[in-house]
Design a binder for this molecule. Structure first.
Ligand SMILES: C[S@@+](CC[C@H](N)C(=O)[O-])C[C@H]1O[C@@H](n2cnc3c(N)ncnc32)[C@H](O)[C@@H]1O
Length: 381
């Protein structure tokens, strides 16, 4: 899965983006959390190491017409030029001319988890980098703990506690994530498609609040075994188990409607489009009313899509990697349709970055989508 290996980057930039997706360069370098719930950020994967050493703040490297594109090795929020658009069109045409041969298609859809099992058997926890960027991009994972602490410290809470009310509610979010959380209750975060635990372990390490409980699941048993065999796996704070996001049943380990934050990082792209609606339904059922689904995945015409060779296209925008795993490349409009049926769309942003191989004078366009979907609170739930 070479394209995954090369596209895992440190955290970075953000810029404001209106919803739906805007076709313009954005100007703000503030994190999504500071962009009133709408924004774009670069934070997932890149073909070269694009650390920000000596380069200023991520998100601030804007390519203006008077700058030399080969001056730095990465630029933020760059729209593709005409040459690139032509190249993209040509690549996609070639993919369609040479799809996965008919007799081979079925095997990729019948037991997709088996390909991921082989992946984790080969790579263990050595492939993905820790998702330390979660703090910048998905503040909802963190801010509840400080909200609760400050509420507990405030007079109002002690007054209510004094009269014996045990579920005191405080507003947990600045950027529209619903809800109110009960002091003293567990705060439950669930990651679906947790892989080797590159998100859940940094989360557990960063959040010391004893009320945090993390569910980590993946349909690859080999991935779950990697998580469970980690020295830092602690059953009093985390439960890892096998579960398929496209299943018609919810996992027995989790009560319906009890999850505060659901995390999906590069997992939705592994589904077949026929599985999307079941996956959305499952996410809806798992979340509390007012709970939030945090989403990051591949965007249409990302470098990794365009450089697929012949016989890799399974269906429109759905490809098979060399190791047999599936990957889909989304547009914002698709996300709005897929999730909008059940969720309030709080953010649906595109994150573009131009990576430059200065020596070979090559330009590489990365495209990721970042979204936040909120489960509405209504009288039925
Ligand atoms: C690209 S990896 C990302 C892993 C992890 N989220 C991270 O960012 O490090 C995708 C993961 O999703 C898992 N996955 C794919 N389809 C799934 C499904 N239907 N249900 C649960 N997990 C799935 C794969 O086994 C794999 O571990």
């Amino acid at each position: 899965m070479s394209e995954q290996n090369i596209c895992d980057t440190p955290p970075s930039v953000v810029a404001a983006a209106a919803e739906p997706l805007q076709k313009k360069q954005a100007s703000s370098a503030a994190p999504v959390s500071q962009c009133t719930g709408q924004g774009i950020s670069e934070c997932a994967r890149a073909p070269v190491d694009v650390g920000n050493e000596g380069m200023g703040t991520f998100g601030s490297r804007m390519l203006s017409s008077d700058r030399n594109v080969f001056e730095y090795n990465a630029w933020d929020h760059v729209e593709p030029d005409d040459e690139h658009l032509k190249y993209a069109e040509e690549q996609i045409r070639l993919h369609h001319e040479h799809p996965v041969p008919k007799d081979k298609r079925e095997k990729y859809n019948t037991q997709p988890a088996a390909f991921w099992d082989s992946f984790y058997e080969n790579n263990n926890n050595k492939f993905f980098k820790d998702r330390h960027w979660l703090r910048i991009e998905f503040a909802e994972l963190f801010e509840w703990t400080t909200s609760r602490k400050s509420a507990e410290e405030s007079n109002s809470i002690s007054t209510i506690e004094a009269i014996g009310v045990d579920a005191v509610c405080v507003t947990a979010s600045k950027n529209g994530m619903a809800t109110e959380v009960a002091i003293g209750e567990k705060f439950r975060i669930m990651e679906v498609g947790c892989g080797a635990g590159n998100a859940v372990f940094p989360l557990l390490a960063d959040i010391y609040d004893p009320r945090l409980f993390v569910y980590a699941c993946d349909y690859s048993k080999a991935a779950v075994d990697v998580v469970k065999s980690s020295d830092t796996y602690d059953e009093s704070r985390c439960s890892a188990f096998v579960w398929d996001l496209s299943s018609t049943e919810l996992p027995s380990q989790v009560a319906p409607g009890c999850i505060d934050v659901l995390l999906m990082v590069f997992v939705f792209s592994a589904l077949h489009p026929d599985q999307w609606s079941q996956a959305v339904e499952n996410a809806y059922r798992l979340l509390k009313p007012g709970g939030i689904l945090l989403f990051r995945d591949y965007g249409r015409n990302d470098l990794t899509q365009l450089r697929f060779k012949k016989s890799r296209l399974l269906e429109d925008n759905l490809y098979i990697r060399g190791d047999g795993t599936r990957v889909y490349f989304f547009t914002n409009e698709e996300l709005a349709t897929i999730f909008g049926k059940r969720f309030i769309v709080r953010q649906n942003a595109i994150d573009r970055r131009l990576l430059v191989n200065r020596k070979r004078e090559l330009k590489m366009y990365r495209v990721w989508l970042q979204a936040k979907f909120c489960k509405p609170i209504n009288k039925d739930n």
